[in-house]
Design a protein. Structure first.
Length: 362
């Protein structure tokens, strides 16, 4: 049997995923082969933009307001009824506690009332396996038994070793996350939230050689990341240009940027991406790997995508780079993590017991 797009009919179990850890209200439906039948993400960008960043209390309220239409759209696109759902998966953390509580509580209530099985999913587990989600109608791919995962987002810059389903941290940021620094640099220039993609676009037209920044290393030789030094250097360099009368255009627009500023952003971006490549090299020399999975919102960064592709090709490392559709927060990755748990025979979570947490280690 095939659906109207010519895709094979879904196979059970049908999994409903819920993601509300930050400012995206997301609902997705996956089938038992990991095919994404629907993935709906309602962004709250317009609501948070006047504040230049996410306001936690507003995010929680917006999740409540958005949920029913987002859920209805996901079910409609997937061509199923709520009663068809076999498994419910919701993010339990890490993230903004109020925002997490909305999605997790919805998931618990749905699972309980539908008598569906329930998984309270670690947000980063969702990102880690997201590169293996297929294009529309394609089943999810199976990762190798052991691989290294890089998660780069607004909250995380982390490297993990994933082996036989268990995740071990190899490196973590000691201060700011990479996306956070893109956002802060862009905010200083008056760009609209989220600033990361705009800074990336502006950097494309700059010449990094005109404004080089060094790649930060941890003084104790660790493979951990550190972005606060680069952030301070970049903010100071913006200030120095301003003293010379070089300014970003007023009103948060990204056209008409002076050449010196796009050069500066290009130099900043090269150093930010350079740190990722530096840490990958260091990890590889102590913990050889031949498979790398890259995910998270910053995995949309154009330079990162180009450089990491080249880095892997030069070293015969197989690369799974998350598709742009699933790089930012989404619920397909949460449903996918739950499906992997089901397949591995992991215990279900009790919908009456599961608790949200803003910080959780693996
Ligand atoms: O994974 P995500 O949607 O949410 C978190 O879990 O943090 O990542 C959002 C982050 C934001 O900091 C955003 O500015 C950044 O990803 N981002 C980018 C790009 N696209 C999104 N940063 C740099 N370049 C991009 N193209
Ligand atoms: Zn995320």
């Amino acid at each position: 049997m095939r659906d109207e797009q010519g895709h094979p009919a879904p196979t059970g179990p049908l999994i409903l995923g819920i993601e509300t850890s930050c400012d995206d209200t997301a609902c997705a439906v996956l089938d038992g082969r990991g095919r994404v039948l629907a993935s709906v993400v309602s962004s709250q960008l317009d609501v948070h933009r006047p504040f230049g960043g996410v306001v936690p209390e507003i995010a929680s309220r917006e999740h409540l307001r958005n949920w029913l239409p987002v859920e209805a759209e996901a079910l409609e696109r997937a061509g199923i009824e709520l009663s068809d759902v076999d498994t419910v998966a919701a993010t339990r953390g890490p993230g903004l506690i109020g925002a997490l509580l909305v999605g997790l509580s919805l998931g618990k209530a749905l699972a309980y009332s539908l008598r569906a099985s329930f998984h309270a999913v670690h947000h980063l587990e969702g990102h880690i396996y997201s590169p293996y989600l297929g294009a529309a109608g394609e089943p999810a791919r199976e990762p190798p038994a052991s691989f290294v995962a890089l998660v780069v987002s607004g909250g995380h810059t982390s490297l993990y070793r994933v082996a036989a389903g268990s995740v071990t941290a190899l490196a973590e940021t000691r201060d700011d996350a990479m996306g956070e620094v893109f956002d802060k640099v862009g905010k200083r220039l008056g760009l609209p939230y989220p600033q990361g993609p705009v800074v990336d676009r502006l950097a494309e037209s700059g010449d990094p050689a005109m404004h080089p920044f060094s790649v930060a290393a941890c003084s104790d030789g660790s493979t951990d990341f550190s972005y606060s030094g680069l952030k301070s250097q970049t903010l100071l360099a913006i200030e120095a240009l301003e003293r010379q009368g070089v300014r970003a255009p007023a009103g948060g627009v990204d056209d008409g940027f002076p050449r010196q500023l796009t050069d500066l952003l290009a130099g900043f971006r090269v150093a930010a991406v350079g740190q990722i490549l530096d840490r990958l090299e260091r990890v590889r020399s102590s913990e050889p790997f031949d498979h790398l999975a890259v995910s998270g919102g910053v995995a949309a960064n154009r330079l990162l995508r180009r450089e990491i592709t080249r880095w892997c090709a030069d070293r015969d490392v197989e690369l799974e780079l998350v598709s742009l559709e699933y790089s930012g927060d989404n619920a397909a990755m949460i449903a996918h993590a739950a499906l992997r748990r089901e397949r591995a025979g992991a215990a279900h979570d009790d919908p009456l017991e599961a608790e949200a947490a803003s910080r959780i280690a693996f």
